[in-house]
Ligand binder design. Sequence first.
Ligand SMILES: [Zn+2]
Length: 93
Amino acid sequence: MTKRRGRCVYCGANGDLTKDHIIPRSVLPTPLGPRNVAHSCGSCNALKADLSPGQMRLLANDMRSVAGRLNRIARGVDRLCRERGLQDPLQGR
Ligand SMILES: [Zn+2]
């Protein structure tokens, strides 16, 4: 994969960048050329994978919903632990 130094277009991280196809080649009937290329960090590129812009938005919405539920559950677990004097045996690991 092409690497160059700079800032990721998605998260702004500094470092080695990968060549990202903004609209994945796998969903394109014909290549779009350089206007479809941006440089992103490997982590953003891997998360983005071959998702189309619409698929990316749906996934982000789903993740927001899951993150919200996980947050509520975590607060509930913390409250129950406090109320019942339960301790996390993995705390600090
Ligand atoms: Zn990034």
